[in-house]
Unconditional design. Structure first.
Length: 527
């Protein structure tokens, strides 16, 4: 028994080395790799990915997982009734169950999760897998071109292929399940479309009247913010913000990339990137806070989970809830800036001339806009609802690809009251569908909804967040999140986390309450 467990741990350690190398190669490709090094780096990534895929589908690995799992029922002994008829099998069954029970909880969950993944991947024919990978790579390139040219027709044939192959891909993995449900579950374990329908509808119903009231109040005057801001100084602002929220520099690093992202090499090395714009210092500030939130999660996972499935948090909604908690729930309130606003003025002198109130209105300028990634925290929700409805049209209604741009534009008009002038600012704006990441979008909004609930729980336990922040005690909030959420890694599903931290199931109401309270204070209307 111990023998198999030891072998299994050794095997996991080996697989983790491949992950480590791959993560580092991706990091390098996205940050420092020069143009002429891209091909070599891509080749190395392909090589290590193939090796990693082989390791994760090897018979030897499957055997270990089966031995360690209680699902190891001998072939002739498919049920308890069979067991009682065949004493030799009964003994083997009992021994297998005992082995599984002997594993600690971390290992039991690891075996369970990896066995599920192993069996899913094992069902995918190798030729299909490589064909699918190639189609996605080509589709990503076509999308980049199509986006630049704002011409959907350049992307349409690729998208069609990616959609049909993604359906096929998930059908290999879970032949008896609805493909879109499998995709949702892949990005947020345990989540299903019935739950998402319920909470998105609840949210939509509450958001549309709120947005109307905000729009009627008019937009703030933001001319004081306009200007040119030194990039080196913006980098110092990023360092200041990361330290302020609790990012551990001894267990992380920063770099620049085209799009900001966070990468977890291991618990002791979680890195963030940022992208700077001379004309818009606020964008980099909030990217820093957002990615910092992801990183604080990764840095504070219990070190005992190293080399196990619990170290990897693949629940994107839960992860996003942590980055958005810092970015929106904390970062977009005036009290967050009270202890550091003078410091911001020292690093970027233009802010000395901008009153904190004006800055606060600038970072909460709610108005319908075309681009999701530039949207404020309120209209952002509607951008996600639109994408979710589009994905259901693609996967459930089989809407033809050439009808998708029109559908997108109609939904944009229905939800946000604006219509894209071209597909570049419409359906082509996000890269997610070009690489088959259907089912990913809802996790952004689920994260925000979890945040409404976490905020409610936090204030119930610790009192007003504004008071805590104004008094410069943000580390107490980070400690609360560490204790309640981060340290468990992926031990609990999001639904379990909500039960443990908030004592209830998912609801959109706390997020709506937060929006209503906040914007009634910022704008002049009654809720
Ligand atoms: Zn994020």
């Amino acid at each position: 028994m111990n023998n198999t467990l030891d072998q299994f741990k050794e095997y996991l350690h080996k697989m983790r080395q491949y992950d480590h190398v791959l993560t580092l190669l991706y990091w390098d490709l996205s940050t420092l790799a020069p143009e002429k090094g891209v091909e070599a780096r891509t080749n190395a990534i392909n090589y290590f990915s193939t090796e990693a895929f082989r390791l994760s589908t090897a018979d030897e690995y499957g055997k270990m997982l089966h031995t360690l799992s209680e699902m190891e029922v001998p072939p002739r002994c498919a049920s308890a009734a069979d067991c009682s008829r065949d004493s030799e099998n009964a003994l083997r069954c009992a021994a297998a169950a005992e082995q599984f029970d002997a594993l600690d909880e971390t290992m039991q969950l690891t075996v369970k999760r990896y066995l599920r993944d192993y069996e899913r991947f094992k069902r995918i024919p190798e030729e299909f897998y490589s064909a699918y990978t190639e189609v996605k790579t080509r589709s990503e390139r076509a999308w980049e071109k199509a986006k630049r040219a704002a011409d959907f027709s350049l992307f349409a044939p690729h998208l069609e292929k990616v959609i049909s192959m993604t359906k096929e891909y998930v059908q290999y993995m879970e032949p008896d399940e609805d493909p879109y449900e499998v995709l949702l579950d892949m990005y947020e374990e345990g989540m299903d479309s019935a739950t998402i329908d319920r909470v998105f509808d609840e949210l939509k119903e509450g958001l549309l009247p709120l947005l109307k009231k905000i729009e009627e109040s008019g937009r703030p005057d933001l001319s004081a913010i306009k200007g040119t801001y030194d990039i080196q100084a913006q980098k110092k602002v990023q360092d200041m913000l990361l330290s302020y929220i609790g990012f551990n520099k001894d267990a992380g690093a920063t770099a620049e990339s085209e799009h900001p992202f966070t990468t977890d090499l291991c618990i002791g090395d979680v890195r963030v990137t940022n992208h700077y714009n001379e004309k818009d210092p606020i964008s980099a500030m909030f990217s820093a806070i957002h990615e910092g939130g992801h990183a604080i999660f990764g840095q504070n996972i219990d070190p005992a989970y190293e080399d196990t499935a619990l170290e990897q948090v693949n629940m994107m909604g839960l992860h996003e809830s942590q980055s958005r908690f810092y970015e929106n729930i904390l970062g977009r309130r005036i009290s967050f800036w009270v202890p550091i606003y003078d410091k911001l003025g020292e690093l970027l002198p233009q802010f000395k001339e901008i009153p904190l109130d004006t800055f606060c209105r600038a970072i909460n300028d709610v108005h319908p806009s075309m681009i999701r990634t530039e949207a404020d925290e309120v209209t952002y929700c509607l951008h996600i609802i639109l994408r979710y409805e589009m994905e259901k049209a693609i996967f459930r209604d089989n809407t033809p690809v050439d009808e998708l741009p029109q559908l997108w534009n109609d939904k944009m008009e229905e939800l946000l009251g604006i219509r894209p002038k071209n597909d570049g600012e419409g359906i082509l704006q996000d890269m997610h569908w070009s690489d088959g990441s259907f089912g990913y979008f809802p996790s952004y909004l689920l994260g925000s909804m979890y945040d409404g609930m976490f905020l409610e729980a936090l204030e119930k336990e610790k009192g007003s967040v504004d008071t805590i922040l104004e008094e410069g005690r943000i580390s107490e909030i980070t400690a609360w999140l560490n204790e309640k959420i981060h340290r468990y890694g992926s031990r609990y599903t999001s639904a379990e986390v909500l039960q443990r931290v908030c004592g209830k199931e998912l609801s959109a109401q706390p997020l709506l309450d937060y929006f209503n309270r906040k914007y009634a204070g910022l704008y002049t209307f009654n809720i």
